[in-house]
Structure formats: structure tokens, C-alpha cells
Design a protein around this ligand. Structure first.
Ligand SMILES: *Cc1c(COP(=O)(O)O)cnc(C)c1O
Length: 366
């Protein structure tokens, strides 16, 4: 019996009647861009995140890009990003003509290390862009304090952390804007692309909405050179259904994560570390092993699918050769890239599957 990394078909089947009803309702509404499904989901998602505003966009990368544009980030500006994130975080900065300035993570939490941020600030810095990586919130209070001290904006990449809490409060409006992806594999996933921003800043919300709609407030009146980046009503209808199940599905992930943490405590792995102020949603369950490739191969041979998040840090990608970042300047990011492996986790994964993964890891005896 094989164990998939994440079974999206099983997620659909669990909610099939609710999703099919929502899709039929959306099709019958006659609104195929914008309209009541998008309005309803935006309201529900803002309320869920504890934010005053949510604006749907086409995907998580656009959410980042439009949020940076709305903050007037452009050529000559610098944005502080984690050295160990998914490349989308950096690409959004580059799309604005600005420069991503990498800062290393804390080696235990995997999230940007606030103690290293100030050294990276220059007169060109405009925004600090923490990522809530693997579903665990970044340490927001020191980041917000640094931003206040230096007059910077804070944009949070929440693509992996729908529902996570920092010091008891759900992510959604700690910084100026939080961006979200509804890529199918995320904790709140559509059946195609989708994204959103949440914010308490009415002006930023308005600017992002205008930018994503051809720069137009009133039809055929264009204030700025905008983009076409809108949340699809069919996806919004499905996301409204899935949002009602998000807390329950996140709590299933949490139970499986606990099972891994308990079951693997004696194995020769570095397990995820959760600070006492963090309530992660376990988008990924990432362990580190000195001989990661051998571990991954052994699990593959047993029918267990694992993935690497991420094998090449952005500064090592051909796409960023222009930055000419030489040598081992981001050793934590590179150390992680060589050692991390993500074990299967998801709301439809069974406890017996996790038990099998644990048994396979421990049977290796190293
Ligand atoms: C998935 C992801 C994105 C991009 O989202 P898309 O919807 O695929 O564009 C951005 N940042 C992080 C950290 C992600 O995991």
C-alpha cells in the first residue's frame, strides 16, 4: 500500500456534495467575473482572518506583487526577504523592479531571524517581507518593532499558513498586508489558481483591488496602469465551502503532527521546533537528516512519497544569477536545502499511514 504526499482527490470526495452544490449555484448565477460568490468569500475570509478587508486576486504570486505595487515599491527599492523561502516571494519583488535582500532564518524555526534584519536595512529598504514558512508563524512582534523604528512597511507571505496563530491571534493583519495563495495543495486550496490579500488598511485594500482590475475604479476609466488579476467566482464558491472546514482540517493536521513528533522523538532526525507563542497549521511536516537523500530513497522504496521544500535556495537559482551572490553567504539556507525532507501530511491522511512512515524511519536504525 502506497502513501501519497497529499491526496487532493480524497479532499474533494469528502466535501463532494457541498462543493458540487456551490459550483452549480455559481454557474447558475450568471456572474463569471466578480459577483456574489467573490463578494461573499472575501467577506468570510476577512472575518476568518480577523482583518477588515480581503481582496481576491488570481494567485499568491500576484497577491505579493500587487501588495508591493500598492506600497509603491519600484526600481531602486529594496525588500527584505527570507533566504530560505519559495522563490515566489523573491519574484514578486523583482517584478516591481526592486531588489530582494535576503536575510537568514532562525535555524530552529526556519523563519526569518529578527536579530539579523537590522543589519540588512539600508536607505533604500522599503518593506520587510516575512514568510510564515511551512505553516508556522514568523516572530512578528520584533519584526513589527524594527519596521516601526525604521519607518518600513511589513508585508506577510501567508501562502502556507491559513489559520495559524501568533500569540493567540490569527494571522491576517499583524503587518500592513498579508498575502494568501489558494493553490490546490495549500491548507485552504481551490481547484485551480487563486489568491487574496487581507489588511486593516482600507486605502491599501482599495489600491490592490484597483491594480488587479486594470487600474480601474469605474469601468473604462483607468487611473493607473494595472493588471488583470481577479479571483474566479467558481473558485470563490468552492473556497467558501472549504473555509467552513478549515479549522477542522487544520486540527487533523495537528493531531498527525503530534503523532510524528512523539513517534520520531528517538529517531536520528531533527524534528520541527514550535516556539511557545506559535500555533502552526502544519502545511508541511519538515524534518532534517544528515543523509537526507538516502532517507528519502528508503521511504520511496516503501511506497511513501516525500518532497523537498526546497532543494535550491533562491540565491542559488539560475534565475537570480544577476544578484551575483557568491560563495556560502547564506549557510543556514544552504544547510537546510541539503537536509530537509517533508513527510506526508494532510487532512485525509490516516493515523495508520503516519504510523507506517514512523515505523519505516525507525526501522532504518540510523
Ligand atoms: C505557494 C506559495 C506562493 C505562491 O502562490 P501561487 O498561488 O502558487 O502563486 C508564494 N509564497 C509561498 C511561500 C508559497 O508557498
Amino acid at each position: 500500500m502506497s502513501i501519497p504526499f497529499l491526496d487532493l482527490g480524497a479532499a474533494y470526495r469528502e466535501l463532494q456534495s457541498e462543493i458540487d452544490t456551490a459550483v452549480a449555484r455559481s454557474l447558475a448565477s450568471g456572474y463569471y467575473i466578480g459577483g456574489p460568490e467573490v463578494d461573499a468569500f472575501e467577506g468570510e475570509f476577512a472575518a476568518y482572518c480577523g482583518a477588515s478587508h480581503a481582496v481576491g486576486v488570481a494567485n499568491g504570486l500576484d497577491a505579493l506583487h500587487l501588495a508591493l505595487r500598492a506600497m509603491d515599491v519600484g526600481p531602486g527599492d529594496e525588500v527584505i526577504v527570507p533566504s530560505n523561502t519559495y522563490i515566489a516571494t523573491w519574484l514578486a519583488v523583482s517584478q516591481c523592479g526592486a531588489t530582494p535582500v535576503p536575510v537568514e532564518p532562525n535555524a530552529r524555526t526556519f523563519n526569518i531571524d529578527p536579530d539579523r534584519i537590522e543589519a540588512a536595512i539600508t536607505p533604500r529598504t522599503k518593506v520587510i517581507l516575512p514568510v510564515h514558512l511551512y505553516g508556522q508563524p514568523a516572530n512578528m512582534d520584533p519584526i513589527l518593532a524594527i519596521a516601526r523604528k525604521h519607518g518600513l512597511r511589513v508585508l506577510e507571505d501567508g501562502a502556507q499558513a491559513h489559520g495559524a496563530r501568533y500569540k493567540g491571534q490569527r494571522l491576517g493583519a499583524h503587518g500592513d498586508v498579508v498575502t494568501w495563495s489558494f493553490y490546490p495543495g495549500k491548507n485552504l486550496g481551490a481547484v485551480g489558481d487563486g489568491g487574496a490579500v487581507t489588511t486593516n488598511d482600507a486605502q491599501l485594500a482599495h489600491r490592490i483591488r484597483v491594480l488587479g482590475n486594470y487600474g480601474s475604479r469605474v469601468k473604462y476609466v483607468n487611473d493607473v496602469q494595472g493588471y488583470n488579476s481577479r479571483l474566479d467566482p467558481l473558485q470563490a464558491a468552492i473556497l467558501s465551502v472549504k473555509l467552513r472546514h478549515l479549522d477542522e482540517w487544520n486540527s487533523r493536521r495537528k493531531i498527525l503532527a503530534k503523532q510524528y513528533l512523539d513517534g520520531l522523538s528517538s529517531a536520528s532526525l531533527v524534528l520541527p521546533y514550535v516556539p511557545n507563542w506559535a500555533e502552526p497549521v502544519w502545511h508541511l511536516f519538515v524534518v532534517q537528516h544528515e543523509h537526507r537523500d538516502a532517507l528519502q530513497k528508503d521511504l520511496t522504496d516503501e511506497g511513501i512519497t516525500t518532497l523537498i521544500h526546497y532543494p535550491i535556495p533562491p540565491h542559488r537559482q539560475q534565475a537570480y544569477s544577476e544578484l551575483q551572490i557568491a560563495g556560502n553567504v547564506f549557510p543556514i539556507a544552504e544547510h537546510m536545502a541539503a537536509r530537509v525532507v517533508s513527510l506526508p501530511i494532510g487532512p485525509q491522511l490516516l493515523a495508520q499511514d503516519v504510523a507506517k512512515v514512523i515505523a519505516c524511519v525507525k526501522a532504518r536504525g540510523q
